[in-house]
Ligand binder design. Sequence first.
Ligand code: CA
Length: 225
Amino acid sequence: MARILVVEDEPGIALALEDDLTMEGHQVQVASDGPSGAKAAREARFDLIVLDVMLPGKDGFEVCRELRRAGVRTPILMFTARTQEAEKVLGLELGADDYVTKPFGVRELRARVMALLRRSQAAGAERVLRFGETEVDFDRAEVRRGLETWTLTQTEFKLLELFARSRGRILTRDQLVEGAWGASTFVTDRVVDNHIGNLRRKIEPDPDEPRFLLNVRGLGYRFDG
Ligand code: CA
């Protein structure tokens, strides 16, 4: 199952896509104009973005350019309205991964979606974690966001690995200590919190208002990336 964002203003097409992709077992979110599509793509993690070129507010090219500039690397499948080579080339230059020409057949679209998902899943095997505009490269122990790069300390690396494996689940401080320091190590809550604070400074756009690494009062922390 993949999370797919469909940015399409024509309700008929959006609905048909949503139905078809949902039937295939995917989780689909629809945005009906450029700005809301760009916002959705930056705020949540998707495995694929299906992006129409002709959109109100901001066209698909602009959305694509904006997302790539912001460091969002989610695969993008673009709809071009015509079979114009120029449009296709422009889309690919701006960072789209593939395109489908309208009008398209459901079967063709499905095949393109599957191909892109396979590609991105293969890329996922390189151990890159993406959420919002943040990208964590576990092979290099690096965090990248926009043009900035941070190196993870060993403890931060272990903590983040733990959180990545437990997305959406609360981890108690004891579980974090056991996973990152070892079960027989004595580490105070305060030390755990300090490391979480350091990690937030690397992975959160605004460390004072965390969006991904959340404190669950009295229980521990939860990673919602
Ligand atoms: Ca359109």
